[in-house]
Design a protein. Sequence first.
Lengths: 193, 193
Amino acid sequence: MSLPHAILTALLEKPSSGLALTRRFDRSIGYFWSATHQQIYRELGKLEQAGFIRALPSAQPSRGQKKEFEVLPAGRRELTRWAGGEQDSKPIRDALLLRLRASAVVGRAGLDEELRRHLTLHRRQLAEYQEIEDRDFGAAADPEDRLRRLVLRAGIGLETFWVEWLAEALAEVTDLDAAAEDGPAGPGDGPAG
Amino acid sequence: MSLPHAILTALLEKPSSGLALTRRFDRSIGYFWSATHQQIYRELGKLEQAGFIRALPSAQPSRGQKKEFEVLPAGRRELTRWAGGEQDSKPIRDALLLRLRASAVVGRAGLDEELRRHLTLHRRQLAEYQEIEDRDFGAAADPEDRLRRLVLRAGIGLETFWVEWLAEALAEVTDLDAAAEDGPAGPGDGPAG
DNA sequence: ACGTTTTTTGCAACTTGTTGCATAAGGCTC
DNA sequence: GAGCCTTATGCAACAAGTTGCAAAAAACGT
């Protein structure tokens, strides 16, 4: 729904080719709006047809040959229009939380390993974000960078939350498994479900 | 990808009709795995064909007539199998963060209103979660409820994070707008972008 | 008994996102 | 210059999610 606007933003920050965009989506923008190269190429085609962007004249239209895009005035207007409206954040869809809920019914086999795995992943992501903050946002500068830093701090806050929650969850599950070994077990209970 | 497992979990917790499931997805399970009634009916059909669930014998197969489903042993096995694997949480896709990034390029017109709107929404959601915790999870009880409470606490933690971040963002944007009124403005700057 | 509303299930068309592969150009190696 | 890897663009088929609507049954009012 907002992929075109993500691309317009990225292209306004810096005109790029499809592959360069894909790379940037893997790094900065993709942290909060991911997209595959397929989506990006398809959307670039649509945006070009809509007259929002155009290929830089240097490149001929041939397959396998780099094609750089820049945003046209109509594209900037469209992004401005979109940014003036409301952005509804859709509800969470988190498979790990779903699995916890499932584990309450069919048993907790392997749950602690999975929690530990996620803990590692989120710690790594948090470290990456903090590295970016240290590198790119030393002293708060112009308004543009202060807004971008705000976005980064959302990422840091989210990862911090997950790391803390996962630690709490791990402690709880460990406690449950220990209790199941001594005491009697209820239905669907026990570490080897 | 995990909608069938969300439904199996819900049906194991309590056999239900399609509409009843939809209602429950609007409340508890949908807080971390949302689904429309369309998705649910379609998936119920697939699950029935796969032999994972069956309609309770009482109901005849006729349109507009309630049809309750229960999970068959094969369905429980499938859910157990799924819960034994890895659940990859997909990257965030947050339109508000995207908009912040866009606002850094095309101006901050209306940004503070939007932040305030989200703040209200997240405060409301947080209150709803806390009400559920107070109502349904007084004293920590059996292992099943302790796991479900853990899930709820993830929701509470996430909403708490957003409320805090939005307050921080609002302060930052207010400060930027104030600075733009006195001092000189850079490119893409100014409260009326 | 009759029309209206609500409940419940479902089809069809569409949009968005994913996966696997194809194709072309350019550079590197031998 | 033939083979191979990397870069770069793109098609096609599929899977998942959304939107709008239809239609049968039940409940309700008069």
